[in-house]
Design a protein around this ligand. Structure first.
Ligand SMILES: NC(=O)C1=CN([C@@H]2O[C@H](COP(=O)(O)OP(=O)(O)OC[C@H]3O[C@@H](n4cnc5c(N)ncnc54)[C@H](O)[C@@H]3O)[C@@H](O)[C@H]2O)C=CC1
Ligand SMILES: CC(C)CC(=O)C(=O)O
Ligand SMILES: [Mg+2]
Length: 366
């Protein structure tokens, strides 16, 4: 298969983890006989510096002519005092909106060989396998008016019925394919948008009688994600709650550097991005964990390209490298033995090569 992938490295550790993801995809292409054509574009602070625009037209055009987009991360202290329209994060919000990527899928799964990296007890973490379905193109991050003066700041939280319906349906469909349980997280005891959200979930549940549904207020959901994370299957929630809860959920796994995500819509096109940000505190040191970016690339293979075997091969390689006791600094119990981003990526590449060789040997004996 031939696929065009737009790569938007962005800022901070974005370019470092994108280099890792592309390296892994190149091996997948070679081993499974696919041609991946990578084209690079700028976004975020990088694009502000080059074009005075966090999402230049060239970048949009590049993504429009691609089959999928891989994105690193945006932002950093260099641009923190810029006016709103010249903030790197505006570029990220704008690309999600432009492509109508309303559903952000954020899987959180315990890795057996990493149970000790979690601050939670092993028995709490062991069975964790949830996915947060975060609404991505509405809510507080997009509502107008949005401004501030020295005396007041305004953000607007609006959700339309259509916006809620489509994300809720997506989550029900996912729950049906998984363990059949949907937790809808809102703040319906206070927020009007949450009251509508809850009403629509109750309407939609009639179409999915095989899915068990529960409503959970966001504050207690935040508590339960830490005390009993294995109780969750699919969580569906609005934009800001999903943003916050998924960073919280990363603690269960041991590092924010482990969580991938897919930002998708109703067709096969998608933007694949780690959950983490540009991590200015570790950027440029070669120590970022590239697992989230590599696993995001695996999600791209599965969702946008229908390459299930290829995605599974990448996930297996990542898990095997962990089982072999290879970790970057964020996960290593022995910091002296931590691998750099490049060294860890090369382990994944070697593991993929090894899988391929052992498969060929197996076939030659059948
Ligand atoms: N998707 C995106 O592009 C996002 C961008 N941001 C932006 O990133 C910048 C920094 O934000 P923070 O609040 O510090 O969040 P962050 O997610 O960049 O970092 C939080 C903490 O996690 C660590 N971390 C994150 N990813 C890691 C990885 N792959 N390997 C090792 N350690 C990792 C960082 O070193 C830091 O201590 C801000 O400008 C923010 O706006 C934040 C979140 C998402
Ligand atoms: C610009 C922010 C909304 C990025 C972020 O934190 C995220 O999408 O997780
Ligand atoms: Mg976030």
């Amino acid at each position: 298969m031939e696929k065009r992938v737009a790569v938007l490295p962005g800022d901070g550790i974005g370019p470092e983890v994108m280099e890792a993801a592309v390296k892994v995809l190149e091996v997948v292409g070679r081993r499974f006989n696919h041609t991946f054509e990578f084209s690079y574009g700028s976004i975020g602070g990088d694009a502000i510096d080059r074009h005075r625009n966090p999402l230049p037209d060239e970048t949009i055009a590049l993504c429009e002519s691609s089959d999928a987009v891989l994105l690193g991360a945006v932002g950093g202290p260099k641009w923190d005092n810029n006016p709103s329209e010249l903030r790197p994060e505006k570029g990220l919000l704008a690309i999600r909106k432009h492509f109508d990527l309303f559903a952000n899928l954020r899987p959180v799964k315990a890795v057996p060989s990493l149970l000790q990296a979690s601050p939670l007890k092993e028995e709490v973490v062991r069975e964790v396998d949830m996915i947060i379905v975060r609404e991505l193109t509405g809510g507080l991050y997009f509502g107008e008016p949005s401004n501030h003066t020295n005396q007041s700041g305004v953000d607007t939280l609006i959700y339309t019925r259509e916006e809620i319906e489509r994300i809720v349906e997506k989550a029900f469909e996912l729950a049906r394919l998984r363990k059949g349980k949907l937790t809808s997280v809102d703040k319906a005891n206070v927020l009007e948008s949450s009251k509508l959200w809850r009403k629509i979930v109750d309407e939609k549940r009639k179409m999915f009688p095989d899915v068990e549904v529960e409503h959970q207020l966001v504050d207690s959901a935040a508590m339960k994600i830490i005390t009993n994370p294995a109780a969750f299957d699919v969580i569906v929630t609005e934009n800001m709650f999903g943003d916050i809860l998924s960073d919280e959920a990363s603690v269960i796994t041991g590092s924010l550097g482990l969580l991938p995500s897919a930002s998708v819509r109703s067709d096969r096109f998608g933007l694949y991005e780690p959950v983490h940000g540009s991590a200015p505190d570790v950027a440029g040191k070669g120590i970022a964990n590239p697992a989230a970016a590599i696993l995001s690339a695996a999600m791209m293979l599965r969702y946008s390209f229908g390459m299930e075997d290829e995605a599974a091969a990448v996930e297996k390689a990542v898990n095997t490298v962990f089982e072999d006791g290879c970790f970057t600094k964020d996960l290593a119990s022995n910091q002296e033995r931590a691998l750099t981003t490049t060294e860890w990526t090369d382990k994944v590449v070697d593991e993929l090569d090894l899988q391929f060789v052992s498969n060929s040997i197996m076939f030659s004996y059948v």
